[in-house]
Each structure stands twice: as C-alpha cells, then as structure tokens.
Design a protein around this ligand. Structure first.
Ligand code: KIV
Ligand code: NA
Length: 264
C-alpha cells in the first residue's frame, strides 16, 4: 500500500472511495491491519477500556497514548497514525499544543480531540504550528458523565443543528478530518455532505466518507458485549488477516455498516 497522507484522504472523499480505519495499540496488530488493507490507524484512548479494563476513557494519560503510539509506529513507517489527546489534556491552546507535540514526536501523523466550536483556538494554534487535527463529535466518550451514559447523540433537531454547526466550526478552525460517533445516519450524511474534509463514522451509518471500529469489537473480544454498531468479522472468516480483509472489503463496498448496525 502506498503511503497515506491527508491529501490521499481528501482525494478519497472526492472520488467517493471509502476510507478504512481501525484502532490499534501495538506494533503487531498495526502491521497486520496495514498489510491487510487498513488505511488509517487510531491509537485511541479506548485503550483505557479495552487494554486497561476501565469503565470509561477518563484515566488515560498522555504518556500512555505516547507509549502506544511509539509501539504502533514501530509496526510500520508507512502507517497513517492518528493519536488521541486524552481527557483534560487540551483545556487550553498551550496544553493542547504541548501534549499533541509529545504524540507527534512519538510517531503520530494527526491528533484527535473531542468537542465542538469551543476548540477553535486550540485547533488553530495546533495547525498553525504544524500539527494536523482530527475532530470528534457525537458520543464523545470523554463526556460520558455529562451525557449520563454511553448514549446516542444528535436525535433532537436542536442537537443535530448544533452538531452540524460545530462540525463547520472545526473545519473552519483547520481540522482536516472528523470522527462522528453514535449519531443517526441521516445526520452523519448531512454533516458529510456539508463539509469539505472527510468524515469517519462509528455507529453513524454508511454514508460517512470512512469507517472505524475498535479492534477488539472487530474480533468479538471486547469485555462484556458487542455494540449494536459493530460486527464480529472473525466469526465469519476464521482467521485474523481474513477478518481484517473482509472488514475493509465491506467498508469499501458500503456493505458495512448495514441497516442493522445503524441508528435512525
Ligand atoms: O478511542 C477510540 O477508539 C476512538 C474511536 C472509537 C473513534 O476514539
Ligand atoms: Na477516543
């Protein structure tokens, strides 16, 4: 696979080729995913749940994300890696830049943070200093205690309109990619159509420019349960490389996610 950059991702949006993404936290899985068709790897703060066994992502530190980013980078020099800024590491532009720089030095190509229009100054400061930014709207897990649980977002019209204006604000501030998590498919389509930058969905239907899953969900080993929007690709393929290939194939064709995995 040739090297993926933000230019590749933009081109893919405009040519309507779906972007394939998965989370990874170590070199072996990162290499396996890359070798089998995954274009974007996220070192997500979901590691607080799937690696550390936490009930949410709040305890994850920037050094932990940096450590796992180094591990993932060791899997391949070619990977396009997004790393998450954890809870409360980007409360102001100075902190955002300092913590994002640590993750860039660990090997990330882009930094993701959760939230809307209030991030404007931080995103501007980061992009001006050479740090590419990915936004994240919808069910932003760092706000789980504000939401009162892991619940679908954007069902009310006013919430949906606010999310669209937040998405536009993130793009205007300089974000180059946007993750949309657990929102109605119609809203994800509306946001995707109105933005120039690509969108990557999880639990947001199949009209976004790409898809991402937490790797543990793809192989059915998340503690507890498989979320409605996810699918165990290992079950139908029997081995890891085939499961990853099938996921990529189904994302590319639009077969995944199907209506059973979406929120109306
Ligand atoms: O941390 C993570 O894995 C994420 C994805 C679910 C988008 O942010
Ligand atoms: Na995350």
């Amino acid at each position: 696979m040739s090297k993926i950059t933000v230019s590749t991702l933009n081109k893919m949006k405009h040519e309507k080729q779906k972007i394939t993404a998965l989370t990874a936290y170590d070199a072996s899985f990162a290499k396996l995913f890359h070798d089998n068709g995954v274009e974007v790897i996220l070192v997500g703060d979901s590691l607080g749940m799937v690696l550390q066994g936490g009930d949410d992502t709040l305890a994850v530190t920037n050094s932990e994300i940096a450590y796992h980013t180094r591990c993932v980078r060791a899997g391949s020099r070619e990977l396009f890696i997004i790393a998450d800024l954890p809870f409360m590491t980007y409360s102001n532009p100075a902190d955002a830049c300092k913590n994002a720089a640590e993750l860039m030095r660990a090997g990330a190509n882009m930094i993701k943070l959760e939230g809307g229009e209030w991030l404007h100054d931080s995103i501007r400061a980061m992009t001006q200093q050479g740090i590419p930014v990915c936004g994240h709207l919808g069910l932003t897990p760092q706000s789980v205690h504000v939401f009162g649980g892991f619940k679908i977002q954007g069902r009310e019209q006013s919430q949906a309109d606010k999310m669209l204006s937040d998405a536009k604000a993130l793009e205007a501030a300089g974000a180059q990619l946007l993750v949309l998590e657990c929102i109605p498919s119609e809203l994800a389509k509306r946001i995707t159509d109105e933005l120039t930058i690509p969108t990557i969905g999880i639990g947001a239907g199949n009209q976004t420019d790409g898809q991402i899953l937490v790797m543990h969900d793809l192989v059915g080993i998340s503690a507890g349960y498989i979320p409605k929007f996810s699918k165990n690709f290992l079950l139908e393929t029997g081995n890891m490389p085939a499961a990853v290939q099938k996921y990529c194939e189904d994302v590319k064709s639009g077969a995944f996610p199907s209506t059973e995995h979406e929120f109306k």
